[in-house]
Design a protein around this ligand. Structure first.
Ligand code: NAP
Length: 350
């Protein structure tokens, strides 16, 4: 028997879709992603990008306060023990994601810790293959695979991945090689501000290298970074090369001016963090779903989560090149669940 609905992805969109489809008795099956080194490097481990962030100050319903007791009671003890004590600062990304996952499980969602690596949308029921070699069929699919961090694409950047090059300060920032040393963050958006501010906990100094003379980041995040004594901004600058050697890994970066590329400067640093935006995780779809020119899944009908393939819905960052917020992802996950449910009923599948 094919599944009623398979949800691919485990960020806020995936869990919201699971909560709604589970409560509609559709018995959803979530593929939350596989625990692989490749997923770790791409930032696509289970629970998505929010699991890689620190405090979430803008998700409604979680003002600053002590959530500790609630987390102790609501999250399975086997997982709670790895989350550490609650900070008292609203909710953290990992806490929020575990709470969403638990809520989906409480309503009967089944969760498989694996990736969908192939999908055939030419026949119905849709057929999917997992990384571990299983096959699953489903009458409807909700794609909520999110987006992953971009790198600049320099050869020297690739060479030192895991040796000082990272796109996730929260995952790697506390490593010994980054402690009490100068570090570099490239980018001018909220991610760059967040990464730089976070890294000041460990680094002796953090340079933000940005290609323009103003940040794209929100005012509150920019102001926080600019007010931090440990942060120095290199305006109108881009990374020319990540410097280093085989034994030490990253030892610095060479930057050049975006106004006059004959002007270069070398900065000593043991770490380089890319924070230059994201690419939607759609490669497993093998071009079967229509996307926009940036590769984000297109919703052909405004305010509906249907894709160009009947029975396939998309939610969250994979279909959003504009808002990209936890709350908008969760909202569109709810929409996708309602759209999938109505479609399954209309077609007589349930
Ligand atoms: P973003 O807003 O797209 O910013 C990307 C930054 O990288 C921009 O400053 C861009 O420069 C720069 N950049 C892009 N390509 C580059 C290249 N090839 N070379 C040099 N610089 C390059 O991405 P983001 O910061 O990852 O944020 C994505 C979304 O997540 C946003 O909606 C953001 O609000 C949200 N977010 C929110 C929070 C929070 O509220 N706590 C935290 C993180 C992210 P230009 O400005 O010159 O284009």
């Amino acid at each position: 028997m094919p599944e009623n609905v398979v949800i691919i992805g485990s960020g806020p969109a995936g869990w919201a879709a699971a909560i709604y489809t589970a409560r509609a008795n559709l018995e959803p099956l979530v593929y939350e992603g596989a625990l692989t080194e490749e997923n770790r490097q791409k930032g696509t481990l289970p629970l998505g990008q929010l699991a890689l962030t620190t405090e979430v100050e803008n998700y409604p319903g979680f003002p600053a306060g002590d959530l500790g007791a609630y987390l102790d009671n609501s999250i399975d003890k086997s997982k709670r023990q790895y989350m550490g004590p609650h900070s008292g600062e609203g909710v953290s990304g990992p806490e929020l994601m575990e709470l969403m996952r638990q809520q989906a499980v409480n309503f009967g969602t089944r969760v498989i810790t694996d990736d969908i690596v192939e999908i055939d949308l030419n026949k119905h029921p849709f057929v999917m293959k997992t990384l571990s070699g299983e096959t699953v069929e489903a009458n409807s699919v909700i794609i909520a695979t999110g987006a992953s961090a971009n790198y600049l694409g320099l050869e020297s950047e690739d060479k030192f991945k895991n040796m000082g090059v990272s796109a996730c300060a929260v995952c790697d920032g506390a490593l010994p090689r980054f402690r009490d040393k100068p570090l570099v963050v490239v980018g001018g958006g909220d991610s760059a501000m967040e990464e730089a501010t976070f890294l000041t906990k460990f680094a002796s100094k953090v340079y933000i290298v940005h290609r323009r003379d103003e940040f794209r980041a929100s005012k509150i995040m920019s102001d926080r970074a600019l007010a931090d004594e440990k942060i120095e901004v290199k305006w109108n600058s881009e990374i020319d090369e990540v410097l280093g050697d085989e034994t030490s890994g990253v030892t610095g970066v060479r930057i050049k001016s975006t106004k006059d590329d004959s002007q270069t400067e070398e900065i000593e640093a043991t770490g380089y963090f890319a924070a230059i935006g994201h690419t939607p995780n759609t490669s497993f779809l093998n071009n079967q779903i229509t996307t926009n020119d940036k590769g984000y899944i297109l919703w052909p009908v405004s305010h509906r989560t249907n894709t160009n393939i009947e029975g396939v819905f998309a939610a969250g960052d994979v279909a959003d090149d504009h808002y990209k917020q936890a709350i908008t992802a969760a909202g569109s996950g709810c929409q996708a669940a309602l759209d999938a449910e109505r479609w399954l009923v209309t077609k007589g599948h349930v």
